[in-house]
Design a protein around this ligand. Structure first.
Ligand SMILES: *Cc1c(COP(=O)(O)O)cnc(C)c1O
Length: 423
């Protein structure tokens, strides 16, 4: 199946007489005739659902679709993007361990890594997105469990150098985890470029309608946990799961552990209703990503020509610093709907512009059908110090524009009239 067909049909195959559309199973529980049958599920010797915290048929349909889109061997849907990241990290990291992450990541992820995980003894070593092999290798030690980046960084729009990061991860035998939220599998499939685990905030393009918060972990099944000294937990019996050794369920070791151990204990599961709606949204992902990308390119070009604008960053612009990486890793000439730009001036000019917008709304969200803007320095990244802002690639005058799927010229007119309000 082509990826377009997968968006519409993957994950759910009805049998004779069953509903055409993935049904909403709004049930916490499942019935069994005998205790022996239920015991087989606990043993993982048979597939089936035990309890909705661990799995549910509607959630499973959505997981199977995203798994097919990303080319994984198993997926676990979570209550939010940050829950997916947390679960993926805690699946391999313990107190004393560390993560090596590009500094240019989503503000919420930065805070999780930089503040909250540190309190639990998990350290993050942030490196510049331009760091060389040697610079990254220098901060790796035998407690490094994850190399982490975003395909397309929110909000500064850097594209990850997959080849370099996958090489380092491979050389050191470290799990390479990629947040693919903003690119989506329509534009980039990180597993094809060496990622071992992909995480998403499904809240964004996968839903696409700003109606459900959610996340997902996709297991690439391409990491060798067997006898890897960094990951003893995968090679020794899990006493909390009657002695299961996770490498025995290869290749889906990571996703099996994330579900039967982490999700069982931490409980940040996606609700069936959110899976139902997000799955419905994902049926048009391929159509929307094309329109988001085409519209964003037109907006980026119009903004580049506007005298009130200092700079524009969009990997679809030929003079953009990420253009070559986009050519290398992105499919179909698409670059997503996220454009960032700097207005000439400071916070005051940004504020005047944002207040003058009519069609385009100010919201703490991105990547849905409606065009919106945000000023990261005073909102999503407000908790960061000036130095941290610089490290994350965010300037005072940076505006994050999430271009929707409306008519592009309506969006451009609104941006241009609001820019005229400055001075
Ligand atoms: C929004 C976002 C997240 C966090 O997802 P939530 O669903 O809001 O928890 C993580 N990564 C990226 C790139 C995001 O844009």
């Amino acid at each position: 199946m082509d990826i377009q067909t997968k968006c519409v049909q993957a994950g759910y195959e009805p049998k004779n007489g069953e509903p055409r559309v993935l049904p909403l199973y709004q049930s916490t529980t499942y019935v069994y005739d005998t205790p022996e049958q239920l015991a087989k599920l606990f043993d993982l010797s048979e597939d089936g659902h035990i309890y909705t915290r661990i799995s549910n048929p509607t959630v499973a349909g959505f997981e199977a679709k995203v798994n097919a889109l990303e080319g994984g061997v198993g997926a676990v849907a979570c209550s939010s993007g940050l829950a997916a990241e947390t679960l993926a990290i805690l699946n391999v990291c313990f107190a004393g361990d560390n993560i090596v992450s590009l500094a240019t990541i989503y503000g919420g992820s930065f805070n999780l890594f930089n503040v909250t995980l540190r309190k639990y003894g998990i350290d993050t070593r942030f490196v510049s997105p331009k760091a060389s092999y040697e610079e990254i290798a220098k901060v790796i030690d035998d407690k490094t469990k994850i190399i982490y980046c975003e395909t397309l960084a929110n909000p500064n729009m850097n594209i990850a150098n997959f080849e370099l990061l996958a090489k380092i991860a491979g050389d050191f035998g470290i799990l390479f985890v990629v947040d693919n939220t903003l690119a989506t599998p329509i534009i980039c499939r990180p597993i094809e470029h060496g990622a071992n685990v992909v995480v998403h905030s499904t809240t964004k393009y996968l839903d696409g309608h700003a109606s459900c918060v959610g996340g997902i972990i996709v297991d690439g099944g391409n990491f060798n946990f067997k006898d890897n000294p960094r990951y003893p937990e995968f090679n020794t019996p899990d006493e909390s799961y009657h002695g299961l050794i996770y490498t025995s369920v290869a290749p889906a070791c990571f996703s099996t552990k994330a579900r039967v151990q982490m999700m069982r204990d931490l409980g940040s599961c996606m609700s069936p209703f959110n899976a139902y709606l997000t799955n419905l949204g994902s049926e048009t992902l391929h159509l929307r990503m094309k329109q988001h990308s085409d519209n964003a390119l037109l907006c980026a070009r119009a903004l580049s020509k506007n005298p009130k604008i200092e700079w524009v960053k969009y990997s679809g612009l030929e003079n953009d610093e990420n253009y070559d990486l986009a050519q290398k890793y992105f499919s179909g000439g698409l670059n997503s709907g996220m454009v960032v730009f700097g207005i000439k001036g400071d916070r005051e000019q940004v504020c005047t512009f944002m207040k003058a917008l009519k069609l385009v709304k100010i919201v703490t969200h991105i990547a849905d059908a409606r065009t919106c803007v945000l000023h990261p320095a005073t909102t999503t990244h407000r908790q960061l110090s000036s130095e941290e802002l610089v490290a994350c690639g965010i300037s005072e005058n940076l505006v994050r524009l999430s271009v929707g799927i409306e008519n592009p010229y309506d969006i451009i007119s609104d941006l241009e009239q609001a820019l005229q309000a400055i001075y």
